[in-house]
Ligand binder design. Structure first.
Ligand SMILES: [Zn+2]
Length: 123
């Protein structure tokens, strides 16, 4: 349950409120932590991005899954959560879930549409 280490890169957690995010462009992975240790990706995503507004589906060009949804942050403070993650990179955020962003919008791609419903229901 340790932070994944690699000889090639450093996975450094960034704290966003009560959630810490460790993302790595090279490994295309994200790990989520709370004060109490690792937490479930869906729980962390809901805490950080649950208040984002669904903008709509996007053409999934280059995405790892056929279905991509774009979410817009409700305010500047929440938008800054995106800065903790590398831009224009698809990161594996959880089982069957990938995320990316362009600095303005959160992009989610999944092969399991139920994940979208869970995320937006938590808003
Ligand atoms: Zn790495």
């Amino acid at each position: 349950m340790d932070i994944t280490t690699s000889t090639w890169c450093e996975h450094k957690p960034v704290w966003l409120g009560r959630i810490a995010v460790s993302s790595c462009e090279d490994c295309a992975q994200i790990e989520w932590f709370s004060n109490n240790g690792p937490i479930d990706s869906s729980e962390a995503m809901a805490a950080l991005f649950g208040s984002y507004d669904l903008v709509g589906p996007l053409d999934a060009l280059g995405a790892p899954a056929p279905q991509v949804l774009a979410y817009a942050p409700p305010n500047g403070r929440k938008r800054r959560y995106l800065d903790a993650l590398p831009k224009h990179v698809w990161l594996k955020a959880g089982p069957s879930l990938w995320m990316s962003h362009d600095g303005e919008m959160l992009l989610l791609a999944t092969t399991q549409p139920m994940l979208f419903e869970n995320l937006t229901r938590g808003a």
